[in-house]
Design a protein around this ligand. Sequence first.
Ligand SMILES: [Zn+2]
Length: 379
Amino acid sequence: MFAALVLITQANLDAQIDRARLKATVEKLASWHDRNTNNPTLTEAADWLASELKKIPGLQVETMKYGVKKGARIKEDKEVVQVVATLPGEDDRRILVGGHFDTINMVPRDLETSLQSRAPGANDDSSGTSLTLELARVMATRKWKHTLVFIAFSGEEQGLLGSAALARRAKEEGWKIDALLNNDIVGNSGNKLGQKENKLVRVFSDESDKHQSRELARFIAYAARAKDFGVKLVYRKDRFGRGGDHTSFNNEGFTAVRFTEVFEEFSRQHTAEDLPSGVDFDYLRHVAQVNLRAASQLADAGEQPTTVRIDRRQGYDTRITWKSTAETTYTIYWRDTASSVWQRHKDIGPVSEFTVKGINKDDHIFAVGAKGGIPVEAK
Ligand SMILES: [Zn+2]
C-alpha cells in the first residue's frame, strides 16, 4: 500500500533500532536498588540519563525540576527532577516521546518500608525509558521538519506528578504539541496463564473534542504497523484502575496516547521481581520500531487540512474538499461505517479536493491528512 521509497526509508529506520542498546539501558536502570521519586536514587538515575542524552549530538538536554507535596506516597514536600531532551526541528511544532523512569515497590503497606524496598522496575518502566533513549539516538541522526522532545518522566507512581508538571508548563509556554507517544510497560510478551502476544502492542486513546488522541491512535495502527508487527487499538484512556503520563497531557488538551504490551504480568509489577529477566528484548525492539515509524511520519508532516467536507450530492463517487496549505501533500483515508480502523488510503499530492471513484459516501467514513499527519474526518 505504501510507496516503495517510503518502505525503504522505514526499513532503514527500523534497522537502526538496536536491541543490545535497549537491553543495556534496561539493565543499567534496573541495577539501581530503586528509583523511587522520594529517594536520592531518582536523582542519580536522572543524572545518568541526562549524561547519556548529552552524548547525542544536536540534543538540548534539560534536567527539569518541579515541586511535590507531602501525601500518601510522598514523604515530605520537596523538589524532584526529570529529564527533557529537545531535538530542534525547522519549526516549533512538537512531537513528544516518553516513558517514566521512576519505580515503586507497593508490597509493603507503609510508606517508609516501601521506600526502603527493592524496586528495579525493569519493565515498569525502564522498558519505556530505554525505548525513549533509543529513539533519541536514532532520530538525532537527521534533521526533521518538527521539533522532537524525548522525556524521562518521574513522579508517575505517585500520581502522574512529573507529566502533570510538564503538561502544565507546556500549556503555559504555548507549546504546539502534535502528539505525545507515551510508552509505559512495553517489554513483556506473556503472562503466567501462558497467554502470549509478541506481534502486537496495545495503543490506548481517550475520545474527546479537546484533543485528537483517538485519531492519532487510529493513524498509528494504520500507518506505523509492519508486516510482522502491528497495533491493537484499545478505545479507552487506560486500563481499569490504572493511569499513565499521556493522561496528564490529555487533561491540558494535548493529543497523547499510551503504548502498553498486550499481556501484562501483574505479579511482577511494583515488586522486587520486576527484573530484566522478565523483559523480552525482541518484543521491546518491535515496539520501539512502531514508535519510530509513527514519530518519523509525524515529524515530517505538513499542516493539517481544515474544513474537510463531503460533497453531499447523490452519486457513484465521493468528492471531498478541504482548505489546503502551500507545499503540503495529502493522503485520503476511508473505511466502512461499521469499521473502527482505516481500511484504505491513497496519496493524492498537493491538492484541495479529490474524487474517490466508485466508492459510495453513504457506506464509508472518509478523512484527509497531510501526508504522515493525523487525518481529519470529512463531515
Ligand atoms: Zn508505569
